[in-house]
Design a protein. Structure first.
Length: 403
């Protein structure tokens, strides 16, 4: 089975997606997600101009060899653009291999390790009453785990809270990055009040997650974690800029709250010290941004040695192709923890037809051969690319801040 063509589709049904379409000489079609939020055209060019031409004629079954060929052959290794391009090829090849076998992808990855895939939803509000209503709405959908974000009093807006679109919060918006204010002191003082309100309202059984989004210094993060221990968070995510791995060691020394990080990581090398130090509890990388199923499974196999679990990134800028790949991997992993679920808007499903399903807080990847996702190329043409950027944070003194 040889690769006969490699095409790149850029479409914006609700938000921008970059999809690699591989076709074989015997007529199979495999899909891979290559979306890099706010830098979609860069990875599209990488694929179209540098990767697609060298794929034609290669053995579509040779997944590991192709992964190493693309990773090592470029000389410039790692980085989000390179690893997203490799991920798109890798996932499309896994899709083709499972289709050729007539099996859903999770069977090719080793079969089921669980009956269903637990997911967490996203709740947000400009104040605690709005947040409480948002959590309640997710409970009615069957979620038992919820990420909670609220505007910092006196600041407004904030990560995970700003404008809601039709169907949910979409952080990428506007022809230029929106600048949002942030005050670490007010933020750290306000988060315990949020947890107190939610625990008093919903009790101890609901799993509550919170994303700091890299915005604190190590000692600020340590203080926040220590102040939340009595509320038993499921985790604190990205408490400090993750490239400073020593920071997480310091946070770990001061709190027993579980820590999650890695959505900005794209290689196993980003995690080596964190795993060695037992500094984190959950890996947040996505299939799309960490070298595909091959790359992310390599990370998660190493994580399992230290009893670190998966929590695969699932924002709206991971397309249904990327989400489907995550779900098949989730089902097969031994050290699965939880899956993020940020719901795509209805327009997205005019382009992508999916075989996965969600009900009562749990996913099933479906039994279609391969990923179980198809792309309608004609529908994709109706939604041309439109520039959209993530926000930029600024401290109250005007300094550009981690966000």
């Amino acid at each position: 089975m040889k690769i006969a063509s490699a095409d790149v589709v850029i479409s914006s049904p609700g938000r921008n997606f970059v999809t690699l379409v591989l076709k074989t000489d015997d007529g199979l079609v495999g899909l891979g997600d290559a979306t890099v939020n706010g830098r979609e055209l860069a990875v599209a060019s990488y694929l179209r101009d540098h990767v697609a031409p060298i794929l034609i004629g290669r053995d579509a079954h040779a997944i590991e060899d192709t992964w190493q060929y693309l990773y090592r052959g470029a000389y410039w290794r790692r980085g989000p653009i390179t690893m997203a391009a490799i991920a798109a090829v890798d996932v499309a090849l896994w899709d083709l291999k499972a289709q050729a076998a007539g099996l859903p992808l999770y069977q090719i990855l080793g079969g089921r390790s669980r009956n269903a895939i637990r997911a967490y939803g996203h709740a947000y509000g400009t104040d605690l009453d709005e947040l409480t209503d948002s959590v309640r709405a997710l409970l009615e959908q069957g979620f038992g785990a919820v990420r909670v974000q609220v505007s910092t009093p006196g600041i407004g807006g904030g990560y995970g809270v700003a404008e809601a679109g039709d169907g949910g919060y979409e952080p990428a918006r506007g022809q230029r990055p929106v600048e949002e204010p942030f005050d670490p002191g007010r933020y750290v003082r306000s988060v315990p009040a949020m947890f107190d309100k939610l625990r008093n309202t919903f009790g101890p059984e609901l799993d509550l997650l919170h994303d700091v989004h890299h915005r604190l210094t190590p000692i600020q993060a340590a203080r926040l974690g220590k102040s939340l221990e009595g509320y038993a968070p499921y985790w604190l995510e990205d408490v400090s800029p993750a490239e400073n791995q020593a920071a997480l060691r310091l946070v770990r020394q001061h709190t027993t709250v579980p820590l999650a990080t890695g959505e900005t990581f794209n290689s196993v090398f980003d995690y080596l010290q964190l795993f060695a130090d037992q500094s984190i509890d959950y890996v947040r990388s996505s299939v799309t941004h960490a070298g595909g199923i091959t790359g992310l499974r390599r990370i998660l196999d190493m994580a399992a040695v230290g009893q670190v679990k998966s929590a695969i990134h699932g924002p709206t800028d991971v397309s249904p192709v990327g989400l489907a790949a995550a779900l098949h991997l989730d089902l097969a992993l031994h050290n699965f923890g939880i899956q993020e679920f940020m719901q795509h808007v209805d327009l997205t499903f005019e382009v992508f037809d999916v075989g996965y399903s969600f009900a009562n807080g749990y996913f099933q990847p479906g039994e279609r051969p391969g990923l179980g996702v198809s792309l309608d190329a004609r529908a994709a043409e109706r939604f041309p690319y439109r520039a959209a950027y993530l926000p930029v944070g600024r401290l109250l003194d005007g300094t550009v801040h981690d966000w």
